[in-house]
Design a protein around this ligand. Structure first.
Ligand SMILES: *[C@@H]1O[C@H](CO)[C@@H](O)[C@H](O)[C@H]1NC(C)=O
Ligand SMILES: *[C@@H]1O[C@H](CO)[C@@H](O)[C@H](O)[C@H]1NC(C)=O
Ligand SMILES: *[C@@H]1O[C@H](CO)[C@@H](O)[C@H](O)[C@H]1NC(C)=O
Ligand SMILES: *[C@@H]1O[C@H](CO)[C@@H](O)[C@H](O)[C@H]1NC(C)=O
Ligand SMILES: *[C@@H]1O[C@H](CO)[C@@H](O)[C@H](O)[C@H]1NC(C)=O
Length: 392
C-alpha cells in the first residue's frame, strides 16, 4: 500500500516535471550544440540571416551570428563568456525560445552578455504573449573579463511563453552588437517568514540561477516590481545593479548566498517590512569583505524608517564580516529598509572592476517583549495584592 502510494506520487511528480521547464540551462542555452551545417571554420563567424531556424533550440530574427572563441572582431579577439560558442545579435536582431512554464509562477532568467564596439549597448528582454519586457543596459562593464551575467524575472501569464532577447540598437557598423551566452531559468519561490524576523529572504538564499562556475556573481539590474523579482522580497531601486554572489567564489557571511553592493549610492536594494506603528524595532545585518580583493575602506549605509546610519567595516583577522545594528521606531504598518555602499569601490588588482561590501543575514525584530511581559506580570501581581487588601 505504501509502495503504491509512493509509486503514484512518483508518477505524479514525473508527469508534473515533464510539463514545466526545469531549473538550469535552456535547451542549447550555451549555444554549444552544432547547427545542421556545422560551426563555421572561417574567422568570419556564421551569419544566419533571416532563414529558417538553424541554431538548435532557438528561433532567430535578423542578423544573428554564431561566434567562436578566439575569433577576430575588428582589432580585438572576441570574448566568449562560457565554453567556445555564443551568439551575437546584430541591429534589431532577436533570438527566442518557447518555454513551458507554470502559470502564475515567477521565473528568473540568468544570461551572460558582453558588449562589442558600441559604448552604449542594451538588450530588450521580453516574454510573450503578455509582453512583459525590460531593457538591460550593458553600458557599464562591471568586471575585467569584459562580460557579465544578469538576472531578470517575469511572472508567467500562460503555460506557453516565448522568451525573447533582442538587440534594439541601430549601429552603423553591422558587426557590432552584444554577445549572449549561457541562458538559464529558475522558478522562484518566496521563502516563508522566519520567526522573529520581519524581513523576507533576509539571508538572500533564494535568488536567480547561478552557474556552478560563475565566478563573477550575477548582476541584478534595476527592478521596482516586488512581485516579479529575481531576489524574492527585495527590489533594486537604483539605476545601477547590485551583485548576487555565492560562497563558492566569494566570502559569504552566512550559508551560500549574499549581495555585494556596488556603485556607491547608485546601487540600492530595499524591502518594505511589516511593522506596528509606534513600536520599537532593531534592524541588524552582517557586512564584510567578499574576498575579491576589494579595496578598502568598505562601508554600508543602512536605512530603517526615518533612521539612517553608516557602518564602517573594521577588518578583524578572525572574520571576514561583522554584525551591525540600528534601532528605529515604526511610523507606519510598513517600513522601508534599504542599503547602499558608502564608497565607490574597485578591486585592487583591477581598477575598472566594481566591487563593494558584502551584505547578508538581514533581520528586523520588535523590541523585547519579555520586558513588557515582566511589567504585565508585575502589575497583575499588584492587582492581586490590591484586591487582597480590599477583600481581605
Ligand atoms: C522580425 O523582426 C521584424 C522587425 O523587428 C518584424 O517586423 C518581423 O515581424 C519579425 N519576424 C518574425 C518572423 O517574427
Ligand atoms: C561553466 O560550466 C558549463 C557547464 O559545465 C560550461 O558549459 C561553461 O562553459 C562553463 N563556463 C565557464 C565560464 O567556464
Ligand atoms: C521590448 O520589446 C517588447 C516586445 O517586442 C516591446 O513591446 C517593448 O516596447 C520593447 N521595449 C524597449 C525598451 O525597447
Ligand atoms: C582570533 O583568534 C585567536 C586564535 O583563535 C584568538 O586568540 C584571538 O583572541 C581572536 N581575536 C579576536 C579579535 O577575536
Ligand atoms: C537598541 O535597542 C536595544 C534594546 O531594544 C538596546 O539593548 C541596544 O543597546 C540599542 N542599540 C543601540 C545602538 O542603541
Amino acid at each position: 500500500m505504501l509502495s503504491l502510494t509512493v509509486h503514484v506520487a512518483l508518477l505524479l511528480f514525473a508527469a508534473h516535471s515533464a510539463l514545466a521547464i526545469e531549473d538550469g540551462l535552456l535547451v542549447n542555452g550555451d549555444f554549444e550544440a552544432p547547427p545542421t551545417a556545422g560551426f563555421a571554420s572561417t574567422s568570419e563567424g556564421l551569419g544566419l540571416g533571416d532563414g529558417p531556424t538553424t541554431i538548435p533550440g532557438w528561433q532567430t530574427n535578423g542578423t544573428v551570428e554564431l561566434v567562436s572563441a578566439g575569433q577576430q572582431q575588428g582589432a580585438m579577439i572576441l570574448i566568449i563568456p562560457g565554453g567556445t560558442h555564443a551568439v551575437r545579435l546584430g541591429n534589431d536582431a532577436q533570438i527566442s525560445q518557447d518555454l513551458k512554464v507554470e502559470k502564475g509562477s515567477v521565473y528568473a532568467l540568468t544570461f551572460s552578455a558582453a558588449r562589442t564596439c558600441a559604448q552604449l549597448e542594451s538588450l530588450n528582454i521580453s516574454v510573450g504573449p503578455a509582453q512583459a519586457s525590460s531593457a538591460v543596459d550593458l553600458q557599464t562593464v562591471y568586471t575585467d573579463q569584459g562580460w557579465d551575467s544578469y538576472a531578470w524575472a517575469f511572472e508567467a501569464q500562460e503555460e506557453d511563453v516565448k522568451l525573447m532577447i533582442k538587440n534594439p540598437g541601430m549601429e552603423e557598423d553591422p558587426t557590432c552588437g552584444p554577445i549572449i551566452d549561457d541562458v538559464a531559468v529558475k522558478k522562484m519561490f518566496v521563502p516563508d517568514k522566519v520567526k522573529d524576523n520581519a524581513v523576507l529572504n533576509g539571508d538572500f538564499e533564494e535568488g536567480p540561477w547561478v552557474f556552478r562556475n560563475e565566478s563573477l556573481g550575477v548582476l541584478l539590474p534595476t527592478n521596482l516590481d516586488e512581485d516579479s523579482t529575481p531576489l524574492p522580497g527585495w527590489i533594486v531601486e537604483s539605476n545601477r545593479a547590485v551583485r548576487y554572489v555565492d560562497s563558492n567564489h566569494f566570502d559569504v557571511p552566512q550559508e551560500k548566498r549574499a549581495i555585494e553592493l556596488l556603485s556607491g549610492k547608485e546601487g540600492i536594494i530595499s524591502q518594505m517590512v511589516d511593522t506596528t506603528p509606534k513600536k520599537d524595532y532593531t534592524l541588524s545585518f552582517s557586512m564584510g569583505q567578499g574576498g575579491d580583493k576589494c579595496k578598502e575602506p568598505l562601508a554600508v549605509m543602512a536605512f530603517a524608517g526615518d533612521q539612517a546610519q553608516n557602518f564602517h567595516y573594521m577588518p578583524d583577522s578572525n572574520s571576514t564580516f561583522q554584525r551591525a545594528s540600528l534601532n528605529f521606531t515604526a511610523k507606519a504598518e510598513r517600513t522601508r529598509i534599504a542599503f547602499y555602499s558608502v564608497y565607490y569601490n574597485t578591486r585592487s588588482d583591477h581598477m575598472s572592476s566594481l566591487c563593494g561590501p558584502v551584505l547578508d543575514d538581514v533581520r528586523v525584530w520588535g523590541a523585547s517583549r519579555s520586558f513588557r511581559m515582566k511589567v504585565g506580570v508585575l502589575s497583575l501581581g499588584m492587582w492581586v495584592v490590591v484586591l487582597g487588601l480590599i477583600f481581605g
